[in-house]
Design a binder for this molecule. Structure first.
Ligand SMILES: CC(C)(COP(=O)(O)OP(=O)(O)OC[C@H]1O[C@@H](n2cnc3c(N)ncnc32)[C@H](O)[C@@H]1OP(=O)(O)O)[C@@H](O)C(=O)NCCC(=O)NCCS
Length: 168
């Protein structure tokens, strides 16, 4: 990440900015099937507390981007598998913030014994795919017309990063 920003744990203090960046990313139309950002209480309840981070602008403390992860299953075999989201505000992209947020997530999840991080990405979201592939995610495969988005059935590319240090 270029100078001028730092990564910190996400707290309730960041809620409004996190949700505003989320909604702006949603509104761009290539990030997610969601159409409305959740309330903070819904966001807070569904994301793992130890695996959520913000990038903050030095000086102002403004939130530039965030990453968070959720459990994918209550089954014991999948206890170390999570699904993540990463969003960077449009004005802060191309500065290494997305990558720094992913690196923070890799460190926190591996320290907690989590072995796989997965996500579903629209194939049209070439920026996100480039970020994730460069960070060590691999393509699993395309889920065809898996969901309907603004009246259009869309494919999702499932990607994952398997830890090389946990559960090897
Ligand atoms: C995808 C997203 C998180 C990338 O964040 P970012 O801070 O701009 O990414 P970084 O600057 O850390 O990029 C790291 C690397 O990813 C790749 N990359 C990121 N954005 C890219 C783009 N638009 N086109 C091509 N490559 C891109 C590059 O390899 C880049 O390295 P480089 O700058 O040395 O070439 C951001 O564009 C975003 O929030 N988009 C909207 C929300 C979204 O789609 N989230 C993902 C949902 S799956």
């Amino acid at each position: 990440m270029r100078p001028g920003a730092r990564v910190a744990p996400m707290t309730e203090h960041h809620a409004d900015e996190v949700l505003a960046i989320y909604q702006a990313g949603i509104d761009e139309g290539e990030a997610t099937f969601e159409t409305l950002a959740p309330t903070w209480s819904a966001f807070d309840a569904s994301r793992l507390p130890d695996h959520r981070f913000v990038a903050l602008e030095e000086g102002t403390g403004n939130v530039l981007g965030w990453v968070a992860a959720s459990s994918v299953s209550s089954r014991c075999a999948y206890a170390g598998v999570v699904e993540h989201s990463v969003y960077v505000g449009a004005g802060a992209r191309g500065r290494g913030i997305g990558r720094a947020l992913l690196d923070a997530l890799f460190a926190s999840t591996e320290a907690a014994g989590i072995w796989t991080i997965q996500s579903g990405v629209f194939p049209e979201n070439t920026g996100s795919l480039a970020l994730h592939r460069a960070a060590g995610f691999r393509d699993i495969g395309i889920r065809e017309r898996i969901g309907c988005h603004h009246g259009r059935w869309r494919d999702v590319l499932l990607i994952e990063r398997r830890s090389r240090v946990v559960g090897v």
